[in-house]
Ligand binder design. Structure first.
Ligand code: NAP
Length: 474
């Protein structure tokens, strides 16, 4: 039977007539019907958030208790949450379980950080004429945070916005992706059970162009935090004027395999980290720069490892690579492969598509202007590029408009440090692929990959204002 889900506004479950139908992304069967917000509900949610922020502020220790409780509830309900993510997002169940565990950690870290929000001493007495003054800063919440999240981590990317915003003392209005809103609604149920005062967290469901757009226009929201494509991120930046907007955007991660790398380890690692969740991870390996001396050996080992990946039903515990979020996305990716092949690229492995399921695909003989290389592919496709000179390789990979995370495999420390200083990314992994993230680390990109950092400690900095207090002691 199809489940029914409602909006969560001011601590109440709100039913509306307009419904969004959610399908199982593997079988395409309808699984749920979700109430959609109209202008009225968007207005009500922001009103509730603003009122709760002003009237129901929690002290830091109470914020710690609520967030810690949500973390515990996520673990207690891990199986149910993982099943929900797997069905609504088409994510292989073992990766969905990992997402729930990570989300619980995100909440736990945010809970701890709620107790550590502080400013610093400012030595104003060192300025001539200020000898009798003392100063320090405090960090204060911004008010109402508007959060908009993408489909690919429907629980943990929501957690990365909501948990630090609440830890910092803000109220939140969240709009999850229309393809995957159920995980966020279930999270609201946990907040209910954890005793969060009504109105501090609100969930609105509806399209970006209606609900998202109305949120962006609402003057009562003090800060927006958006994770999604660079295209939408740019649109929002043009709309928000002087408002603070944190952007976590797209990417086309580069990974270098140096001639002094441990080839076997690198191949096994890249095979895992290029195709998880069908490559729909913003730090998936996309551009693989391999030194010409080791190109053939690396390619052979990579193909062997990719052949071991289980492709198919996300509900099967063995599955590594499931469907893409929608058939039209898989068709788009297939079209990019065909376009590359027409331009001279070679399919080394994969390439076949059935519905939304695209086989893990490795391309070689690619050119830097092909879309599989220069744009964000967001699909299980990796392009191998041979290089001879590291400096020229880094110059070429830096031509990308994106810069979220990258990686380099090498046993040479000088090479590793040279890359650390010169690859233009928010994070560089040494002897690991680009797709490494734990939830406490600073995470965010440069260039068109966005601005600002996520990771609870860093988000709390973004979601609070520094206020200077000066004491005149004379
Ligand atoms: P998307 O199409 O940009 O959508 C992201 C969110 O924005 C969705 O909730 C969407 O609503 C909403 N939206 C769309 N148009 C809007 C508008 N005009 N005003 C306000 N909101 C609007 O991205 P996606 O396809 O869900 O996710 C994939 C993208 O996210 C990739 O580019 C990926 O790299 C990026 N991403 C980045 C990070 C990071 O941390 N840097 C992490 C994960 C994903 P609807 O769903 O209703 O359209």
């Amino acid at each position: 039977m199809k489940q029914q889900y409602q909006l969560y506004i001011d601590g109440k479950w709100i039913n509306t007539d307009d419904k969004l139908e959610i399908v199982n992304k593997y079988t395409q069967e309808p699984i749920a019907s979700v109430s959609k917000a109209s202008e009225t509900e968007v207005y009500q949610a922001v009103t509730a958030a603003q009122k709760a922020y002003k009237e129901k502020a929690m002290n830091p220790y109470d914020r710690y208790l609520v967030l810690k409780k949500v973390s515990e509830l996520l673990i207690e309900n891990k199986e149910e949450m993982a099943h929900c993510i797997s069905i609504e997002a088409g994510k292989p169940i073992k990766q969905a379980e990992n997402e729930v565990e990570r989300s619980a950690q995100t909440f736990e870290i945010a809970a701890e950080e709620a107790k550590r929000i502080h400013g610093e001493g400012v030595p104003v007495e060192a300025a001539p004429g200020s000898e009798n003054r003392m100063a320090f800063t405090i960090r204060v919440p911004v008010g109402v945070v508007g959060a908009i999240s993408p489909f690919n981590f429907p629980l943990n990317l929501v957690s990365h916005k909501v948990a630090p915003a609440l830890a910092a003392g803000n109220a939140v209005v969240l709009k999850p992706a229309s393809a995957t809103p159920i995980s966020a609604i279930k999270l609201a149920q946990f907040f209910d059970r954890a005793g969060l005062p009504a109105g501090l967290f609100n969930v609105l469901v509806g399209s970006g162009s209606t609900v998202g757009n109305q949120m962006m226009q609402d003057e009562r929201i003090s800060l927006f935090t958006f994770t999604g494509s660079a295209e939408i991120g740019l649109k929002l930046k043009q709309q928000t004027g002087l408002k603070k907007l944190i952007l976590e955007l797209g990417n086309n991660s580069p990974v270098i395999v140096d001639k002094e790398a441990d080839i076997e380890k690198a191949a096994a690692n890249v095979a895992q980290k290029s195709f998880a969740y069908a490559g729909q991870v913003c730090i998936s390996v996309q551009r693989l720069y391999v030194h010409e001396d080791v190109f053939e050996t690396f390619q052979e080992r990579l193909v062997e490892h990719v052949k071991q990946l289980h492709v198919g039903d996300p509900n099967d515990p063995k599955t590594d690579v499931g469907p893409m979020i929608a058939e039209k996305e898989a068709e788009r990716a297939e079209q990019w492969i065909n376009e590359a092949v027409k331009g001279g690229a070679k399919i080394v492995h994969g390439g076949e598509r059935i519905g939304a399921l695209l086989q893990p695909t490795i391309l070689s003989n690619v050119h830097k202007n092909m879309r599989v290389v220069c744009e964000e592919v967001f699909a299980p496709i990796v392009s191998m590029i041979s290089y001879t000179d590291l400096d020229a390789c880094i110059k070429e990979l830096n031509e990308s408009p994106y810069g979220l995370q990258g990686g380099i495999f090498t046993t040479n420390l000088d090479t590793a440090f040279y890359a650390a200083r010169n690859v233009e990314v928010g994070g560089l992994m040494i002897n690991d692929a680009s797709q490494y993230r734990v939830d406490l680390m600073p995470y965010g990109g440069v260039k068109n990959s966005g601005n600002g950092k996520e990771g609870p400690k860093y988000s709390i900095q973004e979601m609070t204002e520094e206020r200077l207090i000066v004491l005149n002691l004379s």
